[in-house]
Design a protein around this ligand. Structure first.
Ligand code: CP
Length: 310
């Protein structure tokens, strides 16, 4: 029997496969009409048990751009999960209705459970504070398009590095490229999880430092990856309120950054990037959201084994 390919973790794709996928996404960006019918007759199910704007709608936009159709639900409350249905049963049913499924779930590992019971490809569209591999593909495409490379970079991650699944996924992916170093900027309470520091960074001899001051870190960065403090993952509101505005990137701070340092943010933004920064040519976060559509088109084609059109 033919095996089904899922995307649950950024490391499910080799560096070579990521290169091929990003090349396809770039071709899609520059030749969009060529891809308008490659998924005619195919259906994407978006099963979102947690709120989303970009991931769900960019997946839907991606499938529509490819000529396919979309179906799904956008909250656990509007699905039979509210009546107690398991993820395993839900995906068995979705497999009868669609050709591919993108799933977001607050429980870490839920998309992996779905994949075990699925007869269609399952894409992890974010699981708890764990991983967000399609955001990582979006980030890789954005960095490669803006900087022309994925190696020889100093990347600063700033904000909630404890709960920020986009940070965890991107670090996992970037350690595979030569001469990438990280500056991890956060308050002590929101540092990256121990497993990431020990099993990924230290184990792979990656150069990194953990600092608390954004101003001091800014001049050395090629990329600044800002993140929101994740209110929904905090156990108490007091801690959230104390930490939520610990970093605010504004025009004054941007004067300390290199002229070719780009700002990325997975969005949504709350207060951590002042709106006055949006017009700075180095602000790349809305462009990044656009890249998310191209890379998800490329991913759908890859997992469905759709041929690239001539
Ligand atoms: N970047 C991201 O995952 O955004 P949404 O939560 O809006 O999908």
């Amino acid at each position: 029997m033919k095996s089904i390919r899922h995307l649950l973790n950024p490391l499910d794709l080799s560096v070579e496969e990521i290169d091929t996928l990003l090349d396809l996404a770039s071709d899609i960006e520059h030749n969009l009409p060529k891809y308008a019918h490659v998924c005619d007759g195919k259906k994407l199910a978006t099963c979102f048990y947690e709120p989303s704007t970009r991931t769900r709608l960019s997946f839907e936009s991606a499938m529509l751009n490819l000529g396919g159709s979309v179906l799904g639900f956008s909250s656990a409350d509007s699905s039979s999960a509210a009546k107690g249905e398991s993820v395993a049963d839900t995906i068995r049913v979705i497999s009868c209705y669609a050709d591919i499924c993108a799933m977001r779930h607050p429980k870490e590992g839920a998309p992996r459970v779905a994949a075990e019971f699925s007869s269609i490809p399952v894409i992890n569209a974010g699981d708890g504070g764990h991983q967000h591999p399609t955001q990582t593909l979006t980030d890789l495409l954005t960095i490669r398009s803006l900087k022309g490379r994925l190696d020889n970079l100093t990347i600063g991650f700033c904000g909630d590095l404890k709960f920020g699944r986009t940070v965890h996924s991107l670090i996992h992916a970037m350690v595979r490229y030569p001469n990438v170093r990280f500056v991890l900027i956060s308050p002590p309470e929101l540092r990256i999880p121990e497993y990431l520091r020990d099993d990924v960074l230290l184990a792979n001899h990656i150069e990194f430092k953990e600092v608390g001051n954004l101003d001091e870190a800014l001049p050395e960065l090629d990329i600044l990856y800002m993140t929101r403090v994740q209110r929904e993952r905090f156990f108490n509101e007091e801690d959230y309120i104390r930490l939520k505005d610990c970093y605010i990137l504004d025009r004054k701070k941007m004067k300390m950054a290199k002229p070719d340092m780009f700002i990325l943010h997975p969005l949504p933004r709350v207060n951590e990037i002042s709106v006055e920064v949006d017009n700075d040519p180095r602000a790349a976060y809305f462009k990044q959201a656009q890249y998310g559509v191209y890379v998800r088109m490329a991913l759908i084609m890859t997992l469905l084994e759709v041929e690239k059109p001539c």
